[in-house]
Design a protein around this ligand. Structure first.
Ligand code: AMP
Ligand code: MG
Length: 322
């Protein structure tokens, strides 16, 4: 049975599945009115008690399972410095204490700031809530964790609590992509991309937020490909879970030309990319270049993202060149 290909006794796989599961339970326990008291970061994006609590939980477990490993994660404790931030730290500590009784606020800060590490030969990368705007709006979001070694993604795990009945997905290099309903954590089945080869029939996924991808550029490209159906708008790496499951065929991100975009954050991509690749798909930048995870906290050697079922990849790249 293909199921046997995934080695559930591997310590990295055990840690990855356990930590995102715990983190997503914490996120689910934060009621909307508490999450809605979101703080604003320097880049003006929102962060909630749930993002910060989830990052603390994963960092704490990493310190126990792999104390030497670096964590490269989205959040840091700078948001706690304002008066609202101080109140948020109290709340985050309260949620963390549900899993780790008697944790102090200082310990929470230390765990969260474990995520400020610079990438090394081997590191974990975490987006505690990818798609925070979707999370707050009632749309899709994901807890995303990946292991990167020597510039290559080895393991990727995604929890998408609002995808179908709740989805837990894992990809391991050379061992495929697997998903299970979140409530039945041991019913993993293999994932496979779609077999669609005709661009005009393709189902395209796009960010829900218009400010996250150049939609005008995307629409022009969609016309060039003669895609008939409207794109499916969705927040977060849940898009990659759909692509890996064969429920959609193409996903792209176009940086805005004027934005001085420095490349994707590694945590915004790694877990989704390996999920698509191990399910048989292909992920490159918009020039067809292999993604290079050895550049730091961002994929600064790549521009934009193209993820497809593989069959449609060269047609997509060709339409981009013209
Ligand atoms: P999405 O789920 O497709 O809306 O993308 C969400 C992620 O996109 C967030 O985690 C942000 O880090 C990232 N993001 C937001 N704005 C941009 C932008 N203009 N270009 C590239 N990435 C962005
Ligand atoms: Mg993100």
């Amino acid at each position: 049975m293909r199921f046997m290909l995934l080695n559930f006794s591997n310590p990295e796989i055990i840690f990855a599945l356990e930590s995102v599961s715990q983190a997503s339970k914490l996120v689910a326990e934060v009621p909307a009115e508490v999450a809605g008291l979101s703080l604003t970061k320097n880049d003006r994006s929102p962060v909630t008690v749930a993002d910060l609590g989830a990052q603390a939980i994963v960092a704490a477990l990493l310190s126990e399972h792999f104390p030497q490993d670096a964590l490269v994660a989205e959040e840091n404790s700078a948001v706690f410095q304002t008066p609202e931030g101080k109140a948020a730290l109290e709340r985050v500590t309260g949620y963390v204490c549900r899993w780790r009784p008697n944790t102090s606020p200082a310990q929470v800060i230390q765990w969260i700031d474990r995520g400020t590490a610079e990438p090394k030969n081997r590191f974990w990368t975490l987006d505690p809530i990818d798609g925070t705007k979707g999370f707050l709006r009632g749309g899709q979001y994901a807890v995303a964790l990946a292991l990167i070694e020597n510039g290559e993604v080895k393991i990727g795990v995604l929890v998408c609590p609002r995808l179908r009945e709740g989805t837990l997905a894992i990809a391991v290099k050379g061992q495929g992509s697997w998903q299970t309903p979140l409530q039945k954590r041991d019913a993993f089945l293999p994932m496979a991309v779609s077999s669609r080869k005709e661009p005009s029939e393709a189902i395209m996924l796009r960010s829900f937020e218009n400010s996250h991808t150049d939609t005008a550029r995307t629409e022009k490209w969609t016309e060039q490909l003669s895609i008939k159906t409207k794109p499916v708008l969705m927040d977060s790496l849940a898009k990659y879970a759909l692509l890996a499951a064969g429920d959609a065929d193409i996903q792209a991100r176009f940086p805005f030309p004027e934005s001085g975009h420095q490349g994707e954050w590694v945590w915004d991509l790694a877990a989704g990319a390996i999920l698509v690749e191990e399910a048989g798909g292909k992920v490159t930048d918009l020039g067809g270049k292999k993604l290079d995870y050895a550049q730091g906290r961002r994929l600064s050697a790549n521009r934009g993202i193209l993820a497809t079922n593989g069959h449609l990849h060269s047609a997509c790249l060709l339409a981009l060149k013209s």
